[in-house]
Design a protein around this ligand. Structure first.
Ligand SMILES: Nc1ncnc2c1ncn2[C@@H]1O[C@H](COP(=O)(O)OP(=O)(O)OP(=O)(O)O)[C@@H](O)[C@H]1O
Length: 352
């Protein structure tokens, strides 16, 4: 652990009693080993039930670990949870503010909760109203705001005491694409101007890909990959090339030729319009596609369709687990996992 380390955990774990089934357990987090440096922007990506929120709630001391150790912002989660809480900001999945309070008053109350003096909390509220562009709504009540505006208020609430570390649980879920982009711009700006470490969870592959400097892919309570999105995708060795053919005989002949040319086997698939096709993953597939088409053409095997698609983080998840994120989400969306958890109110406990 260096002086720059803001989160350090080893074997951090959480086991719940399965809701409605005493005696049965759910291993929500199965041993989190994590080192995060100051100023990083990292995202947990994973399907429903992977353990992302539970990990965040362990690190923010909203849940007590079943095993393991963690130091967050210099404080031990077991022995100094109050120290952790005073140094971090946490924005949970639900809207955290009181719906009937005006935005500025809500920020002032939150400042008072954190022990800021009258002048200091007014200064902080106005600063956040400006940096999160909440000026036009500052005198409205929270319930009069749109989803994106509410989320910005949530983030402002998490930042009132100027934490150096901000945890955001699915900050953009449920927002339309424009509000998501706008919210992200605010998160990036805050980070740029204050050097805040931002640790968030998301379901959105594109967000993790585009904005997070470090992506922790989580599945079944474990981090199964931890790197930049670029590295994770590059590890998959290339673009997915799909070639369609007028009939199965030509596809089979093309398969033999491609095997010879590329020294790797192609998988039989159907192309976009249902023709017999071949799929193959090759480095720089998009760049090499014209040469491949010419080579097939020269042998009297011209493809009827051709496409090269760069890998996504979903391909990374697929290659790591054998399931796409969507399949994994569907598999975990049974009635039990959708039911509210008994300790959901813990989120409320962090509020004044
Ligand atoms: N209070 C609780 N009691 C019992 N089981 C729980 C509780 N909280 C979470 N779980 C279970 O722990 C596992 C991990 O849940 P968690 O909410 O951390 O997943 P997640 O990755 O954040 O999912 P989502 O993306 O749906 O928010 C799931 O199987 C969930 O049902």
């Amino acid at each position: 652990m260096t002086t720059d380390t803001i989160i350090h955990s080893r074997g951090l774990a959480k086991r719940f009693t399965a809701p409605g089934s005493p005696g049965k357990h759910v291993q929500a987090v199965a041993g989190l080993d994590l080192d995060v440096s100051r100023g990083e922007l990292l995202a947990f990506l994973g399907p429903n039930g992977a353990g992302k929120s539970t990990s965040l709630r362990l690190l923010t001391t909203l849940l007590r670990p079943s095993a393991g150790t963690a130091t967050v912002a210099g404080c031990d989660v077991h022995t100094d949870p109050a120290g952790v809480r005073s140094r971090i900001g946490y924005v949970g999945q639900g809207t955290s503010g009181s719906l009937s309070q005006r935005v500025r008053d809500e920020l002032l109350s939150q400042g008072a909760f954190h022990g800021l003096g009258r002048r200091e909390r007014a200064r902080r509220a106005d600063e956040l109203i400006e940096s999160l562009e909440l000026g036009p709504f500052a005198r409205r009540t929270v319930q009069q705001l749109s989803g994106g505006q509410k989320r910005r208020v949530d983030i402002a609430l998490g930042l009132v005491h100027a934490p150096t570390l901000l945890f955001l649980d699915e900050p953009s879920t449920g927002l339309d694409p424009q509000s998501r982009a706008n919210l992200w711009q605010h998160i990036l700006d805050l980070r740029e101007s204050h050097g805040t470490t931002v640790f968030l969870t998301t379901h959105y592959l594109d967000e993790a890909d585009r904005y997070a400097e470090r992506v922790l892919v989580m599945d079944a309570g474990r981090v199964i990959a931890d790197n930049t999105a670029e590295h994770l995708k590059a590890g998959l060795a290339g673009d997915a090339v799909t070639l369609g053919f007028p009939d199965a005989g030509l596809a089979e002949a093309a398969r033999a030729l491609l095997g010879h040319l590329l020294h790797t086997g192609a998988t039989q698939v159907t192309d976009d319009v249902g023709r017999p096709g071949l799929a193959i993953t090759i480095p720089d597939g998009a760049g090499r596609l014209p040469d491949l088409i010419r080579a097939l053409d020269a042998e009297g095997l011209p493809p009827a369709s051709a496409a090269a698609v760069p890998p996504t983080l979903d391909d990374v998840f697929l290659s790591l687990t054998g399931r796409s994120l969507r399949e994994a989400d569907l598999a975990s969306s049974g009635p039990d996992t959708d039911a509210p958890h008994p300790d959901q109110t813990l989120q409320e406990a962090s509020r004044p």
